[in-house]
Design a protein around this ligand. Sequence first.
Ligand SMILES: [Zn+2]
Length: 285
Amino acid sequence: MRGTMTRRKWLGNAAAFVGAAGTAAELCAGSPEGVENGAGIIDSHVHLKHGDAARTEYSPETIVEVMDRVGIDRSVVFAMSCTTRRSIEMAEAAVRKYPERLIPYVYALPHYERPVIKEIDSVLADGRFRGIKIHAGECTLASYVIDPVLKVAGRRGVPCLIDCIGRYDTAERMARTFPDTTLIYAHMGRYLCRDARLIDRFIGLAETFPNVLLDLSGVVLVEKIVEAAKRIGSHRLLWGTDGPHAKPDTVAFARTELEKIQRLELSPEDKANILGGTVRRLLRL
Ligand SMILES: [Zn+2]
């Protein structure tokens, strides 16, 4: 049904529902209907370009179409597997087209020819970009490479979404060294992780360091999400699809990721935080 509904009409309906039900938080998760209406739902992890073997790219049109069909209000978008400069170009083009729907992050990757820190800083300084994406699969997280990036993030007050591919010790060092930088550890530590003890350690890391938040995309041990909400609070957890993903299809993939959260035994307030409240506060949206 959403596919046939215009965004204006959809937001109008959502606004009417807010008026009737109360706060946006209540709307977002206060009832199954509220969640289904999708108002205020923010996907905090969407790729314009992936880090998969094919380096798959998705157009902003495809991303927004998926959002409309699943009921996602806004998405954080970024490219990886490219230079920082190219990630800026891709995200800028996407946001130019959908300024009210897409929120850009810049990708941090050292470059032999360009001063990347200056490139990153310049797009953060004027508020165009709202965060930094970092991936240990392409960029070493050794202190002599990544620390200048974490420093500029702290200075500019933007979060770093970091896939540290399960490297707990590295994640701990960054959290300890940069208390003023918000670090969002992707996938609760490691993509599709089935090692409950490793996830426990990342939840523990967030317990110890208030600057650590956890991204819930690609989390398959979903009971750990409920546990994390109890231990560190849902205001430190962010939902994301890590999409688009073509299997089974882009819409079904995103919908499944959304339902993963909606089905959890969590309070309406917790679901509202996870599905949008946390990132809304973090990015001051
Ligand atoms: Zn990702």
